[in-house]
Design a binder for this molecule. Structure first.
Ligand code: FES
Length: 147
């Protein structure tokens, strides 16, 4: 049952693989939910638990972290570090009474534009089954938010 028609998704992508795949998906004119906002990082190893939590606290219904394939990180172990941080974030969400599945880590290569579109669709459909984030702001509140 759909509880949230248009969930807001933040995609934290590494520059080398996931962001390039997102770019490729655009070039290929692939269709995927428009409610995703993509943020580029040099490597997913730079993504701290508090960045993900801040996205949730600021109203994202879900956060996906997308990095290079296992063993393919350009900074050796950044994506492994990111996976551990995602697992830690899931535990924190659970302790706060939020669904841990709001956050997920994915791995893909720069050639996988189709996979990027799939990942966004997977998260979109998963989040549609959950209620909107309790932190989600109304549009009027966003106008006053400091960026
Ligand atoms: Fe892509 Fe590290 S460079 S995850």
């Amino acid at each position: 049952m759909i509880q949230n028609e248009n969930p807001v998704i933040l995609a934290l992508c590494c520059h080398y693989c996931a962001f390039a795949a997102a770019d490729l998906a655009g070039s290929m004119r692939l269709q995927y939910p428009a409610s995703v906002r993509v943020l580029r990082f040099p490597c997913t190893g730079k993504i701290e638990v508090n960045y993900i939590m801040e996205a949730v606290e600021n109203g994202a219904d879900g956060v996906l972290i997308a990095g290079c394939l296992q063993g393919g990180c350009h900074f050796k172990e950044g994506n492994l570090r990111a996976r551990r941080r995602v697992e830690r974030t899931k535990k924190i969400l659970e302790e706060l009474g939020l669904e841990p599945e709001r956050v997920e880590m994915f791995n893909l290569s720069s050639a996988e534009g189709t996979r990027f579109a799939e990942i966004v669709t997977i998260m979109h459909e998963r989040l549609q089954k959950l209620k909107p984030s309790p932190f989600r702001k109304e549009v009027s509140e966003l106008k006053d938010a400091k960026i």
